[in-house]
Design a protein around this ligand. Structure first.
Ligand code: PLP
Length: 426
């Protein structure tokens, strides 16, 4: 056998070679079809091979693909920034474009810290996050992530940022139930702030719905309103990591709209370009930008490919497509349909403990025993085995944490928002 050169996620795993994609299906070079039940990594939101996107890509490429952001602005980048602000109900956001979700959250962290520096408050440079969270793989983003498996090797290099309890109702960290809850998990933020001192804290970051570190965990009603109120009272910026939940995935353009909360900063990625090209963004509210505009007038972050016109044109075309085909509404209605089907399925499968989520971001948690929610031991590798079985049957689903840091074995089911009921039945 010829020696290999490409470093793949698991080096001795035999990955099939993809040939092409169409709609919700991917096809390998042996002609096998795979239903893309997780949009890759919750990314291919409008499905594969959409002609309108390919046309927009080609048209922009025929004009100019790349300019460096310190030399030129471009029409697609300007339009995309305005469009994203218009889509948010508050509508007063600036956009800083990057290339991945990790860069978007890390940039949000840097902007939050810079915001306080420009106000002369140099001590406010910690970011609080939650256990069971994932904000990205670069060092700053990983410092804010409560994902034990992904952190483990790099702990000496990571910032020791404080963490608070996740809003994980299925296994409440405070052993409370719906009647006794009183949002203790949200109040845990206030406890942490009082312990550390608000004068040391720049921001709090959280995913509207916990994705990779838990499997579509939706917080209890009122959680984010309480969180925002606590942040505001202590002069702490709230960063919503909408990398997975943003761009219509949950049935609204932004996941936080369900909670009626306007974050100070928003990280976007994945669905923003629906996988057609790398693209991500940090949205920053006017009041966060204000001291920077009056002060240094420059955000100390950025990457060579930031705001390249090619990716901006693609993202604009993706947003147009989502609006034209009303895919936020589709995510809502098809999400209800898929959830009902998964719950039916769960009735007959003993190891399904919980089916949850919102819109087309759904999660299934597996348990050894449904009655006492006993977890499988990590060594059983349940999540990996289920994903592998599904893969061989031609169904792609996405792994969530898998018995680390208090999280159970879980998968994410999040097909492209264009999926039909017949495809869901399949
Ligand atoms: N934030 C969230 C909520 C994510 O789910 C992810 C990726 O899964 C990231 C950040 C990191 O994004 P990327 O893998 O594009 O760097």
């Amino acid at each position: 056998m010829e020696r290999e050169h490409l470093i793949k996620p698991v080096l001795d795993h035999p990955y099939p070679t993809v040939q092409y994609g169409k709609g919700v299906f991917l096809y390998d070079d042996q002609g096998k079809a795979y239903l893309d039940g997780a949009s890759g990594a919750v990314t291919a939101g409008i499905g594969h091979g959409v002609p309108e996107i390919i046309e927009a890509m080609t048209e922009q490429a025929s004009k100019v693909s790349f300019v460096y952001r310190s030399q030129f602005t471009s029409e697609p980048a300007e339009k995309l920034a305005k469009k994203l602000s218009d889509l948010e109900p508050g509508g007063d956001y600036w956009a800083f474009f990057v290339n991945s979700g990790s860069e978007a959250t890390e940039t949000a962290m840097k902007i939050a810290i810079q915001h306080w520096q420009e106000k002369g408050r140099f001590g406010k440079n910690k970011v609080i996050s939650r256990r069971m969270s994932y904000h990205g793989i670069t060092m700053g983003a990983l410092s804010m992530s409560g994902h034990v498996l992904r952190r483990r090797r790099f702990i000496p290099l990571l910032e020791d940022f404080p963490v608070v309890a996740p809003p994980y109702c299925y296994r409440c960290p405070f052993k409370l139930n719906a009647a006794s809850c009183k949002l203790a998990c949200a109040d845990d933020l206030e406890t942490a702030i009082k312990r550390i001192g608000a004068e040391h804290i720049a921001a709090f970051i959280a995913e509207p719905i916990v994705g990779a570190a838990g499997g579509a965990i939706v917080p209890p009603e009122g959680y984010y309103k309480r969180i925002k109120e606590i942040c505001d009272r202590h002069e702490i910026l709230f960063i919503a990591d909408e990398v997975m939940t943003g761009i219509a995935r949950t049935g609204e353009m932004f996941g936080m709209q369900h909670d009626g909360v306007e974050p100070d900063l928003i990280a976007l990625g994945k669905g923003l370009s629906a996988g057609y090209t790398p693209m991500a963004a940090t949205l920053v509210k006017d009041h966060v930008m204000a001291p920077i505009l009056q002060g240094s007038k420059s955000i100390m972050a950025g990457h060579t490919y930031s705001a390249n016109p090619q990716s901006a044109a693609v993202s604009l075309a993706v947003l147009d497509y989502i609006e034209k085909h009303q895919l936020a509404q589709a995510a809502q209605s098809r999400g209800v349909y898929l959830m009902a089907k998964l719950r039916q399925l769960a009735d007959g499968i003993e190891i399904i403990g919980d089916v949850r989520g919102r819109g087309l971001l759904l999660g299934i948690e597996f348990v050894r025993n449904r009655d006492d929610k006993e977890m499988f031991p990590p060594a059983a590798g349940i999540t990996a085995r289920i994903i592998d079985k599904a893969f061989h049957k031609g169904l792609l689903v996405y792994p969530a944490a898998g018995a680390v840091d208090g999280a159970g074995d879980a998968i994410i089911v999040a097909p492209p928002l264009v999926i039909t009921e017949a495809e869901i039945d399949l």
